[in-house]
Design a protein around this ligand. Sequence first.
Ligand SMILES: [Zn+2]
Ligand SMILES: [Zn+2]
Length: 188
Amino acid sequence: MEHKVATTTEGQSIRCKAAICRKAGEPLSIEEIIVAPPMPGEARIRIICSSLCQTDISFRNMQDHPAIYPRILGHEAIGVVESVGEDVTEVTKGDVVVPIFLPDCGECIDCKSSKSNLCSKFPFEVSPWMPRYATSRFTDLKGEIIHHFLSVSSFSEYTVVDIAHLIKIDPAIPPNRHASSAVVYQQG
Ligand SMILES: [Zn+2]
Ligand SMILES: [Zn+2]
């Protein structure tokens, strides 16, 4: 049964901790950040666990484009939906989800085809923004924008992910198995 509390974070900004990559090659900085509510087509996720991948390290060390700073890295994780944007029906509050860096809109010719898994509505790119709006949902406590990474940015207690980058999974599977299934899904 869902635990009801008097106050809700839905529709509100959330203040939480994140590991921010502020400069190429430097250690990640653990700071408090503000995570804005999800826009239509997005969900805000409470990250349960996140793995560290060589790609995160490569981007931590990268000097030039597509590197950008400050940024929240992390792209292999599992989380629980905290709230969803307007008109989102694909996932709902409390769903266990795996964010994926390769989008699947489920509507375009390539997502519907059995011969392709590369979405043409949201082509893969190492963008610093949310895919539908080209804006960020993260700011630091001074109001500076913090950039997204691979549409996931899981090195944060909360992140916002487009629903085209989310897979709902069976909550009965232990979280440590989910993380590896995310890797298999993305590489396999
Ligand atoms: Zn990876
Ligand atoms: Zn698609």
